[in-house]
Design a protein around this ligand. Structure first.
Ligand SMILES: C[S@@+](CC[C@H](N)C(=O)[O-])C[C@H]1O[C@@H](n2cnc3c(N)ncnc32)[C@H](O)[C@@H]1O
Length: 219
């Protein structure tokens, strides 16, 4: 009779505790939240700043900041919710946005900026919360270091494309880019494919066991 040794990830327990702390500040499920933190931990030897685009109440950013408190954080969001879904985002996205009574609607992902501020202050990490539409805000920052972790959670094609066009060139070689919506929304996956194709990137799209999509910047 053989025994299978199942090794737990070194931060499994800590990641669950962090989720409990910020559960009211994120719409990401516990399993996916923990999966994101484990992935980011695995890339923690890559030094640089951390950026999340599409933060809602800031709970995911605060979780990352709890793990990497010595980094500089930039959080971008309109805090006015998602732009209107277009045909390139797929029929399911358009239907989701029209169904304003569904439990997953979250007022079209609108959030008071005070939630993100409170969550980030609790981590003690240096942070900047930049309110506004990506096309107006992403150009305005000058991080002291290159981007080590870029987490994109902006759902739609245009939003994801704006983030990639402006921020991908600023990601460090070997840096991590996470696509929260790659397996959820057609617009996100289309934007990722279109952008990588446009720059003739050879970066592979990877998937963690529970389905977090990411690439490691190689060119
Ligand atoms: C699904 S929510 C983010 C969830 C969040 N990461 C969490 O931990 O729960 C998507 C966010 O993207 C923002 N967003 C999408 N497109 C945007 C754009 N073009 N400019 C600014 N914010 C945008 C929305 O305001 C919304 O808060």
């Amino acid at each position: 009779m053989g025994f299978e040794i199942v090794r737990k990830h070194p931060i499994e327990r800590r990641a669950k505790e962090i989720f409990q702390k910020y559960t009211d500040y994120t719409m990401i499920s516990e399993s996916m939240y923990v999966e994101n933190l484990k992935l980011i931990w695995d890339f923690s030897s890559v030094k640089g700043c951390v950026i999340e685009c599409g933060v809602w109440r800031g709970g995911m950013s605060a979780g990352i900041a709890s793990l990497l408190p010595d980094r500089e954080f930039f959080l971008f969001d309109s805090f006015e919710g998602l732009p209107e879904a277009k045909s390139i985002d797929g029929e399911r996205a358009i239907a989701w946005q029209q169904d304003t009574e569904s439990p997953g609607y979250y007022e079209n992902c609108t959030a008071e900026v005070g939630f993100a501020t409170k969550a980030m202050v609790s981590t003690g990490a240096t942070h900047h919360i930049i309110k506004g539409w990506f096309k107006d805000t992403l150009h305005t920052i000058t991080p002291a270091e290159e981007i080590a972790v870029l987490r994109l959670d902006a759902d739609w094609y245009e939003s994801t494309m704006e983030c990639l066009s402006i921020l991908f060139p600023k990601v460090k070689q070997g840096g991590l880019i996470i696509f929260d919506d790659y397996f959820t929304w057609d617009g996100c996956s289309r934007a990722v494919h279109d952008y990588l194709s446009k720059i003739s990137s050879t970066s592979r799209i990877h998937k963690t066991p529970l389905g977090v999509a990411y690439i490691v910047k190689s060119d």
